[in-house]
Design a protein around this ligand. Structure first.
Ligand code: NAD
Length: 326
């Protein structure tokens, strides 16, 4: 990879992937882009090239790819699960329309493409435990439908046109740099902020909702390792199951209490996000990723919890403003 384009670069993943790519390949070799104008707190645009790019416009994608002679794209621009459920038409247009146009540009210029799929690409009839690499996929959310269709479309471009497409089914991601963008697993980030600020969090998922999760440093490393892997070994190229840890809100709260013993968790269930979570696996089998390109997670729940609190504590302080009822 000589010149890399990252779409949706100001989001939760992009704001950490871009600095990691720039460190590895050089700042000038990584072009960040987003449809959102950068704010003062966005570090990505100040650290290297940045372009305003709306992925539903093929001419805009084509112009950037030509100008920078891009040969690999990390295509992160998308609407996440909860936002997509509120705006299904826009979700289809961005998640599928954007991907289709990006693949067309990649086909014309011979670019490699990374596409993050998700555990959302599974569905209620998928086996919930040790979900196999190849299994039933009948998602019933618009997000899941676009993720599964994206996997298939990337497979098609690889087979039909020889485009080097690669992808991972990412679990819910936990990170401290940029807030999550409206997904079903956002609780696992919000809980840390609220724990430090108020020693209290009201969770929108039931206490026993078990989901696959991953700490952002593992996810960033996985994306970069996959794109550098020997292509001849990548049988499951666009849709590798990926796992690191699997936990419920109750278990995460227990781990936070190791550091903040007075932390309290209560619940106000959001039926939309609960239904989405209930349709996703509890834990996936990632043996294909381990075998085909040597995937190994480095972060577990205790290590991630300690690291999240350490990074957020200086920003969020130790104030505990009174809550109603205190
Ligand atoms: N964060 C997670 O937990 C998670 C888990 C699984 C998969 N994923 C996938 O990873 C990708 C990135 O996720 P994220 O968490 O960084 O999302 P995010 O919502 O934080 O960021 C997405 C970015 O895309 C941009 N965007 C939206 N529409 C666009 C358009 N038309 N053109 C260009 N940019 C546009 C947004 O402005 C935003 O900055 C998505 O495909 C998502 O489905 C994320």
């Amino acid at each position: 990879m000589r010149r890399i384009l990252v779409t949706g670069a100001l989001g939760q993943i992009g704001s950490e992937l871009v600095p990691a790519l720039r460190q590895r390949y050089g700042a000038e070799s990584v072009v960040a882009s987003d449809v959102r104008m950068p704010q003062a707190e966005d570090r990505v645009p100040a650290e290297g090239p940045f372009e305003y790019l709306d992925c539903v416009h093929i001419r805009e994608i084509d112009a950037v790819v030509r100008r920078y002679e891009v040969d690999a794209v990390y295509h992160l621009a998308a609407l996440l699960s909860a936002v997509a459920e509120e705006r299904p038409r826009v979700a289809w247009e961005v998640n599928m329309g954007g991907l289709y146009r990006l693949l067309e540009v990649a086909r014309q210029h011979g670019c490699a493409v990374f596409l993050p799929s998700s555990i959302g690409a599974f569905g209620p009839s998928t086996p919930k435990r040790a979900t196999p690499q190849v299994t039933i996929q009948r998602p019933d959310t618009i997000y899941g439908i676009t993720k599964l269709s994206g996997e298939l479309l990337c497979d098609y471009y690889a087979k039909r046109f020889g485009i080097d497409t690669r992808g991972l089914r990412l679990p819910g991601l936990v990170s401290h740099r940029t807030p999550p963008g409206g997904g079903t697993t956002d609780y696992a980030v919000e809980i840390f902020h609220q724990a430090l600020r108020y020693r209290h969090y009201t969770c929108f998922l039931r206490p026993d909702t078990c989901l696959d999760m991953m700490y952002m440093p593992d996810a960033i490393r996985a994306m970069m390792e996959l794109m550098e892997a020997d292509p001849s070994r990548l049988e499951s190229r666009n849709a590798f199951n990926l796992a690191a840890m699997s936990f419920t809100p109750a278990r995460l709260a227990e781990e936070i209490r190791v550091h903040l013993p007075d932390f309290e968790l209560d619940f106000a269930i959001d039926p939309v996000r609960q239904a989405i979570a209930d349709s996703w696996p509890d834990s996936v089998d990632d043996s294909a990723a381990r075998e085909q390109w040597g995937w190994r997670p480095e972060w577990d729940l205790p290590a991630m919890t300690a690291d999240m609190l350490e990074h957020l504590r200086p920003r969020l302080g130790r104030e505990r403003p009174a809550r109603a009822g205190d």
